[in-house]
Design a binder for this molecule. Sequence first.
Ligand code: PMP
Ligand code: GLU
Length: 397
Amino acid sequence: MRPIISKIVQSLQPSATMAMAAKARELRAAGNTVYDLSLGEPDFNTPEHICRAANQAMQDGHTHYTPAAGIPELRKAVTDDYKARHGLEYEPTQVVVSSGAKHALHNVFAALLNPGDEVIIPAPYWVSYEAIVQLTGAKPVIVQTTQASNFKLTPQDLRNAITDKTKILLLCSPSNPTGSMYSADELRALADVVIEKDLLVVADEIYERLVYPGHKFASFATLRPELPERTMLINGVSKTYAMTGWRVGWSMTPPNVAKAITSLQSQEVSHPSSISQWAAVAAIAGPQDCVADMLGEFTKRREFVMKRIAEIPGLSCPEMGGAFYAYMNISEHLGRSYGGVKINDSTTWCLELLAQKKVATVMGSAFGTEGYARASFATSMENLEAAFEQIEEFVAK
Ligand code: PMP
Ligand code: GLU
């Protein structure tokens, strides 16, 4: 028999963020100068003390299997940190450490969803949410938000989307791809609907440490006493400590979910790399100056990117409260020809921007909204300056 791919995997598209980054890499390998604003990955090296902890872990013989849910030291570091910064009381046994937050999300959805269950996902959403939900056989229910409301779901939007099959509301604040952040009051208003309708929430808080001056992050489970028992918190070290390649993220959930995820993970991947887990302990429990330093750099880049987008005719973006993305509204530039090519949608716009000007961004359609392109500013100021010169020339064509 010829190998035929399963229906569920056949329907899967490759991650658009990863695909655009791969295209940028290919062009660079072919000798082009490429301005890559595609991936949301800090350009900084992992701080020295974290790398040293990984070396030390190897020297100390931490090169064997660990418990499936992760090393106790890391699970405790995570709960201590959430308690210190957000006043949330979790037991280390509620933390399951996985190979990145992406894997933690997969674990949570796989542990909770049955085919036919519905998950409400506000759009624009991070590319992998829809695919990860689909992998479980459950149904992603996409709810559009608007730039006018800063891309935030309102309690009425949520009510309108709920059916008797709805099980989970997915929230990402600060948001990838828009950078918008819910205030504590906005989240509380959503939480009241969640409690009334007896839903669960997956709260992806991976950008919670990347919050800009004048904005304040609120951790979802802190907002009502009923929330910890119905919230699945997702976080990780990738963005905060420039540790994308180390693959460490986690979920913090009610105990029965943590137990189920631990069983799942023990059959699936055993656990994330032992060395990366020790490095993550050093990141979370060690000195935090590196976080402030990187945030300082991101703050300067965010100012620059907002200024440049405002200067370029026909482009706009919502103000970013956190994360490191600008979600550029390119709708005024669609329906035009660029260098002889008619561009009607965000995919063609991004592909032509890459082909003609060697600037890599990610099409809004991958995030569930047409008429936008996402530019990551997790890259050097020099790269940003050159990239926006190119974007300005492109749209002026
Ligand atoms: N959630 C969001 C919103 C993200 O942008 C990312 C970025 N990859 C992830 C989760 C996953 O991060 P990682 O797997 O590197 O921990
Ligand atoms: N989260 C980042 C992004 O959106 C990294 C790539 C990915 O995992 O999607 O670009």
